[in-house]
Design a protein around this ligand. Structure first.
Ligand SMILES: [Zn+2]
Length: 111
């Protein structure tokens, strides 16, 4: 069953509503204020990740993506964030800069 996201025009909050049958479903109601002025929005749930998710993922590169060149560290991470449509957080940026200086945060993975 699809879950649709609606934005409430009264309180501007999002409601995720499970739609059992789009044709017979009653008008959706805001889960926050109970209003009925909802507009369907395209769900991006499958692409949403928190920054810590991304940081954790880049901390465990797959074989073949290991850090053989310090400059690859940054570009790999940057691409990772780019693919999620996020800016690289300042903290991560500092880690990249440190890594490029040869100060890897953690095991260097001498592969
Ligand atoms: Zn509302």
């Amino acid at each position: 069953m699809p879950i649709y996201e609606y934005r409430c025009e009264d309180c501007a909050k999002l409601s995720s509503i499970l739609v059992r049958s789009p044709k017979t479903a009653p008008a959706p109601k805001c889960q926050h204020c109970g209003g009925s002025h909802l507009k369907k929005v395209m769900s991006r749930v499958s692409r949403l990740k928190t920054q810590s998710d991304v940081v954790q993922e880049y901390g465990t590169p797959r074989p073949g993506e290991a850090y053989s060149d310090p400059r690859q560290i940054g570009s790999w991470v940057e691409k990772r964030f780019e693919s999620y449509g996020m800016p690289v957080p300042e903290e991560t940026r500092k880690m990249i800069d440190a890594a490029r200086e040869g100060e890897l945060p953690g095991p260097t993975g001498d592969l």
